[in-house]
Design a protein. Structure first.
Length: 341
């Protein structure tokens, strides 16, 4: 496999910087494969891995760089296949989008009976709420962008994204070329960025990606445009009331003059429910507060609408694969203390 990047042992700060999550060079051969699966699960979503020959050695490295709402990671690895099955979706109802961009080698992605061979900067989008496959039959390097559904929803009907999952976008021409180059820069540039700068860069990248998707999708009729507008209004209202654990979907409907049935219908079209989306928004907000403030875990749990810190910690672990305290320690290099609990 290609040479891996040097491991970064320095403490992370609240500025966006790449952090090596795993390098199999540092592991005993007996634990390489299991640790690789665990790392993919905690970084993206629950996944299974298949190797061409289980007797062969396997080398891989994964580093992650946060950009507030999205994360950009670099994967360098020997050939293997990554699979997400219906059973995995049942046990891990993650619904983020994953953009896979191949910078060296080749890989085939597949979802919803669509597939594409990616190479030389080409990318494709996968929906983690549906089964998919990424089959890398050569040594490869890829950039993976993980973005919550809420990042797309204000700008593009999620039905439009559903039209292109599993398809390939060339990184050589048109607006897709700008998308590819920007994500490569985000993944590989060593500049330290403040949270505000990171958010601005991520917003620019997502705007470009939305434009690239829009060029490939069917124009939406008046009804769908109205539904999309209403969906944005609903999400904005949910954000405003995020801190209130007693705020219900009935309260939301009454405030906006919509029926509960209509709200559920809009969310059903995106493959989720209002309650699930609200919990995701709360946990995403909690993640940002853990990185950008010194507030205690208990204080953050209240600020994002959880009644008790134990419930918050369990929900956070299910979403991000680690506890709020350990997440803060890993990302910011802080020490364990009673003030953080």
């Amino acid at each position: 496999m290609p040479d891996s990047a040097q491991n970064n042992d320095s403490d992370c700060t609240d500025k966006a910087s790449a952090k090596v999550v795993i390098s199999t060079r540092e592991l005993e051969s007996s634990e390489v494969r299991s640790r690789w699966i665990d790392t993919l699960d905690s970084t993206y979503c629950e996944l299974d891995v298949d190797w061409p020959d289980i007797s062969d050695s396997f080398g891989a490295e994964l580093s992650v760089r946060p950009f507030v709402d999205v994360t950009v990671s670099v994967v360098r690895a020997d050939p293997h296949t990554v699979i997400r099955t219906p059973n995995m979706i049942s046990s891990d109802p993650n619904d983020d989008y994953l953009l896979c961009l191949i910078t060296s080698g080749t890989a085939v992605i597949g979802q919803h009976s669509r597939s594409a061979k990616l190479e030389s900067g080409a990318f494709g989008i996968l929906d983690s709420s549906a089964p998919f496959i990424v089959d890398a039959q050569t040594e490869f390097e890829q950039i993976v962008v993980r973005a919550p559904r809420a990042v797309f929803a204000p700008h593009l009907p999620l039905e439009a994204v559903a039209e292109i999952t599993g398809e390939g976008f060339s990184g050589r021409s048109g607006i897709s070329r700008y998308v590819s180059r920007l994500f490569v820069d985000m993944a590989t540039d060593d500049s330290l960025l403040s949270p505000n700068s990171s958010a601005s860069v991520a917003a620019c990248a997502m705007d470009l990606l939305v434009s690239a998707i829009s060029e490939r999708t069917t124009p939406f009729n008046t009804t769908k445009r109205v539904h999309n507008k209403d969906f944005r209004v609903i999400q904005q209202a949910m954000q405003r009331h995020m801190t209130d654990p007693d705020y219900s979907i009935s309260d939301l409907a009454a405030e906006l003059g919509m029926s509960v049935r209509y709200i559920h219908k809009l969310f059903s079209a995106t493959g989720t429910t209002p309650r699930t989306r609200l919990n995701q928004q709360r946990l995403e907000r909690a993640r940002k507060l853990l990185l950008s403030t010194d507030a205690t875990i208990s204080t953050i749990s209240v600020r994002v609408g959880f009644r008790d810190v134990s419930h918050f910690s369990r929900a956070f672990r299910r979403r991000f694969g680690t506890s709020p305290l350990h997440f803060r320690m890993q990302q910011l290099g802080t020490s364990t203390s009673s003030d953080n609990r």
